[in-house]
Ligand binder design. Sequence first.
Ligand code: ASP
Ligand code: MG
Length: 394
Amino acid sequence: MSLLVQKFGGSSLADLQKLQAVADRVVATRARGHDLVVVVSAMGRTTDELLGMARDVVGAPSRRELDMLLSVGERISMALLSMAIHARGHEAISLTGSQCGIITTHSHSNARIMDVRPFRVQDELEKGHIVIVAGYQGTSYRREVTTLGRGGSDTTAVALAAALGAEACEIYSDVDGVYDADPRVVLDAKQLDTLTHDEMMEMARSGAKVLNEQAVEFARRAGIALYARSTHIAESRGTVVRPDGFDERAADAERGRPIVAVSNINAGLWIQATTSTDAVCRAIEEFDTAVADCSETAVAAFLPTQDLHDVTALTAALRALGPDVEVSSRGLVSAVGQGAGSRLRWLRAANQALRVADLATERTFVMLNRLSWVVAEADVVAAANVIHDTLVKS
Ligand code: ASP
Ligand code: MG
């Protein structure tokens, strides 16, 4: 029997009625004859609520205890979903990340998966059970409970799909796929049919939240196609993220149109230094930077605020490293596409359009598959629209 891994996001499990609908969907997939592993996120805004509780107790909670707390959100969903499936006359069992053999680094709140030993999952599948897995969590080599960073349930799903040799990995959420810009920011954003893993990774790294970056990285390494679909649309076609380019896209690139999407990060720390460069690099090397440049004479890096636990403390710690260290709040707008950085024509067109719109950019970064502009936070929406109009839509 073919094995499918399906992941349901928090918005698809926001209340018990929605959870029952997911149970119906899982049972229907099962009835089509698939072996099934179902990875769940925490219900609705549970993770944010738990974070809020911790911060009410103590301003800057310990990251270890935070992981203990946040990992509970997914455990609530897995147990309830498993019960709902039992009630429909099917055999299901819920398992935590640790029980599934998800081994991670020790970095609390932002751990990376190092290894997956899914023996327990395989045993349960062999018994004919539907396996419900708590996403977003694992266990470190020191047997500590860890979490994988916001949106990390996607990563759990893809890592399990790879380890189990699944036929496909389907990511269900409230949106019907990946758009060529954030639809809340760019009102005429369009849904994309296909994307390459490289492109999706760049989009995730530069702010797109539909799919988690580490998840896409796993899918790329394992050559697994990812299907991003809507939970609520019965036959949602969604977006397929595949290993490589496609004929129609190759033709587009030949016509000189490499940019497929625009992404944005509304808030981040923009860090620069000219003499304390080594100390600054070292202080931020554990974080995922959206853009960075690090040499002996200059450091420039952008850290998305969303991934930072204590922005105030980090800002103070960086400033204390030397009088040359500058830390300020900025936004980031990016244009993504296979080979985006290989032709200056697109960069020039975008820069010109930004200038005409009177939008100042602080710095531009050119990467293989992405162009990024550091802008004032207040200019993110306008700049994303200008770049979408210039490089994607036209
Ligand atoms: N519950 C976690 C979060 O809100 C993980 C996830 O949803 O994938 O970030
Ligand atoms: Mg999510």
